[in-house]
Write a protein that binds this ligand. Structure first.
Ligand code: ZN
Length: 380
């Protein structure tokens, strides 16, 4: 049987036409009607490829799809994870990011993040079916609809399914070096409101308690939590307050964004921020928010699984690197729950969430071969 990489190279046109059909279904996270149309399209594609598909309806976001192959096979499942939603509003296709293709690149809204990842997962399975090399274990594919807005409507299902699988394969775009993403920063967001007492700045300044000055103290305290060398950042991103030029402000609010690579750092930052107390007499603080994405840490388990994937890649004929990245994904969820997770198996390209978003076409067969190799050769 021919090598996996050569096998997938001759299927590039199939992959590109499926990718184009997915990209032409625009799917902003917040537009249920549009995401549902894509979800119905994918439902058909999944069934054509022999999957049993269950729809998990959602009210606020698009309906989720769970596809299963070999559902009755013995052995623990491998779950491919993708998200159908994109950060692009409807109409982007006609204006800012039209579908375009040249010799090397395919561009379109959401092409890289992560419609190409869904294509790669589907093609990996179809290829194994055509070769008669599907493994003797269940293969699941979960397609969610709210990853770009924090996964509130899919988190529970993701974690419930992940608890019974051997491995999660997250189809997010590949890292810079076409490697896997073996660590991701976690993310927290806070809003702090200071309340003091208004007073006339001229007539009775002694009666006031200045909420802006209070927040200035808090902003300095937040800034001091930065440990950039460890990868921890705490940024005050917005501040607003006051009512008039000559009034001591009674209320002011700030927003802070925090990122970290380790659970220890997440705890340090979160506990400190939640524990902030007012500095000025007569001021109170209201602190809301918290950790929205836990970090995906480069644990022993992560290293072991990455090395296993690296070995499979080497057998197929290429070397596989790894990288740490800033943004979170649903892989952060499953990894944090202790489930074996490999992330960044999607396409290689550039410009996630940016106008120059594109997929490097030559990465499609390479990734399909890698995913197929992992599905086929991962120990049961
Ligand atoms: Zn993504």
């Amino acid at each position: 049987m021919e090598n996996l990489l050569d096998f997938y190279k001759i299927r590039i046109e199939d992959m590109l036409s499926l990718l184009e059909s997915l990209v032409r279904h625009e799917s902003p996270s917040t537009d249920k009607t549009l995401v549902d149309a894509l979800s119905r399209h994918l439902h058909k594609v999944l069934e054509e490829r022999g999957a049993q598909v269950t729809v998990h309806p959602r009210e606020a976001v698009g309906d989720l799809l769970l596809a299963k192959w070999n559902a009755e096979a013995p052995g623990s499942p491998i779950m491919l994870m993708g998200h159908m939603d994109t950060v692009w509003p409807g109409g982007t296709l006609d204006h800012d990011v039209p579908v375009r293709r040249d010799e090397n690149r395919f561009s379109g809204p959401g092409a890289l993040d992560m419609k190409a990842g869904i294509v790669i997962a589907l093609e990996a399975i179809r290829g194994l079916q055509d070769r008669g090399e599907m493994p003797e274990r269940p293969i699941w594919m979960l397609l969610t609809s709210d990853e770009e807005i924090g996964s509130d409507n899919s988190r529970e299902l993701i974690l419930q399914l992940a608890s019974s699988v051997a491995l999660c394969l997250v189809m997010e775009p590949a890292a810079e070096n076409e490697g896997l993403k073996t660590s991701r920063k976690g993310l927290a967001a806070y809003r702090i409101t200071a309340r003091g007492r208004a007073a006339h700045a001229g007539n009775a300044p002694e009666e006031g308690s200045n909420a802006i000055v209070e927040l200035a103290h808090q902003a300095i305290a937040l800034h001091a939590l930065n440990q950039l060398r460890k990868g921890t950042s705490v940024s005050v991103t917005m501040i607003q307050g006051g009512t008039a030029e000559n009034v001591i402000p009674a209320e002011a609010s700030l927003y802070a964004d925090a990122r970290f690579f380790s659970a220890d750092e997440a705890r340090r930052v979160d506990e400190t921020i939640r524990g902030l107390s007012p500095v000025l007499m007569g001021c109170t603080l209201e602190i809301s928010g918290g950790i929205t994405r836990h970090p995906m840490e480069r644990t022993e388990l992560m290293i072991k699984n990455f090395e296993r994937a690296q070995k499979i890649a080497a057998e197929i004929g290429f070397s596989l690197g790894e990288a740490a990245v800033g943004g979170g994904s649903d892989g952060s969820l499953t990894a944090q729950a202790g489930v074996s997770t490999l992330d960044g198996l999607g396409a290689h390209g550039d410009g996630m969430h940016a106008l120059h978003e594109h997929v490097l076409i030559r990465s499609l067969p390479r990734r399909a071969a890698l995913v197929a190799g992992i599905l086929r050769d991962w120990p049961i």
